[in-house]
Design a protein around this ligand. Structure first.
Ligand SMILES: Cc1ncc(COP(=O)(O)O)c(C=O)c1O
Length: 361
């Protein structure tokens, strides 16, 4: 077998397909009701696979939209979900045929009405993210009062309010929170209906755990809580959509990185590898951990604690200060880091936004 040059992420499309099937089956979704958030991993192979499976897409930037259109994905299968968009990007998206915009403020609503008249709009709600590894409530999401105001104002601005969305927070395995959120959304949905606000869909977002492990057991537990709500809403003819990202792709990717040197310093063994946290793993700076193991450990190996760090001259470039690895690891061996399928490959142009160019004066 041909040896790949390190570093590389080995990505399994088969695993993604399996995860998609597991997700849709467990929660009773059709593939067409899944909107894959492109920022999680924008690899064209994944986008093509999901297109073939008739999955739809959620985006945050024009470049993500343009990439999808280039692959033959139709504008009506794309949500432009970023709650705050520049005027130029709204105009561009509208000219490209995008007509569903997510938002959470009156300012954005008025902008959409002016720049993308008659479009559909859906509103991102602020809900409890308790138990999430990353709380997503600070930057986005409107209150219930604001939501009603957005519904009211949309009509007067000639827009079509078509749904509500929320996100329980990244990697949330707190069952009680899932329960509280779905009960809250159920009450809110009743209030909207009682006040004669009609809408097509509830977008349940994501937050399905898939970082400490592949999340399948978590999903089964979460399903016990949320399926009764989903089934009830389906019976009421409310379309349900979901935006699973990590669950589909996180455990489909494994980073392979080569040991370039092992240096002993102050009683610790520092393993230097040929890629680091600035190559997509900067989430580690905010406290995330990844599993690190030897690719080909000998049988019955003894372990020892190592520091595993990247090759750059930056002091933060450390995967972990405490990794148990086989005692026998040596320069030239390969280490595997996982999960590496979510938010790593796409980190270099995250959510479709590229680094600034440099203008030399
Ligand atoms: C709007 C939206 N949808 C979907 C996702 C994907 O979430 P996850 O990685 O939990 O699957 C995110 C992630 O932050 C998001 O902001």
């Amino acid at each position: 077998m041909k040896k790949n040059k390190t570093p590389y992420i080995k990505l399994s499309l088969e695993t993604i397909k399996e995860n998609l099937d597991f997700f849709t089956k467990t929660l009773g979704f059709k593939n067409q009701e899944i909107y894959y958030p492109v920022k999680v991993n924008s690899d064209e192979n994944i986008l093509n696979l999901l297109k073939k499976e008739e999955v739809n897409f959620e985006t945050g930037a024009i470049s993500e939209i343009e990439n999808l259109l280039k692959l033959g994905i139709l504008p009506e299968n794309i949500l432009y979900g970023n709650p705050v968009k520049s005027d130029e990007n709204i105009l561009k998206a509208y000219s490209l045929g995008i007509n569903i915009f997510g938002l959470d403020s009156l300012v954005e609503l008025e902008k959409i009405a002016k720049l993308a008249p008659n479009s559909k709009v859906y509103f991102r709600l602020n809900i409890s993210n308790q138990g999430a590894e990353w709380d997503l409530t600070k930057k986005f999401g409107c209150s219930k009062t604001d939501l009603f105001e957005l519904f009211r104002k949309s009509k007067t601005l000639g827009l079509n309010p078509c749904g509500i969305s929320f996100h329980v927070g990244w990697n949330n395995d707190n069952i009680e929170n899932w329960n509280n959120v779905f009960e809250y959304i159920n009450e809110l949905k009743n209030d909207l209906i009682n006040q004669n606000f009609s809408f097509e869909f509830i977008n349940i977002g994501s937050g399905f755990p898939a970082h400490k492990n592949d999340g399948k057991e978590n999903l089964k537990e979460i399903a016990k809580i949320i399926l009764p709500y989903l089934n009830k809403w389906r019976k009421e003819n409310i379309k349900l959509i979901a935006e699973p990202g990590s669950f589909l792709v996180a455990y489909a990717g494994i980073l392979h990185t080569k040991i370039i040197e092992i240096i002993e310093k102050k009683g610790k063994k520092w393993v230097f590898v040929d890629t680091g946290i600035f190559q997509g793993f900067y989430w580690i700076l905010s406290g995330l951990n990844y599993n690190i193991r030897a690719e080909k450990p000998e049988s019955n190996f003894e372990t020892e604690e190592f520091v595993v760090c990247g090759p750059s001259c930056d002091t933060h470039d450390v995967f972990s200060y405490k990794v148990k690895l086989p005692k026998s690891i040596k320069k030239g061996d390969i280490l595997c880091v996982e999960p590496a399928g979510a938010y790593i490959f796409s980190a270099k142009e995250y959510n479709g936004f590229s680094y600034p160019i440099q203008i030399v004066e």
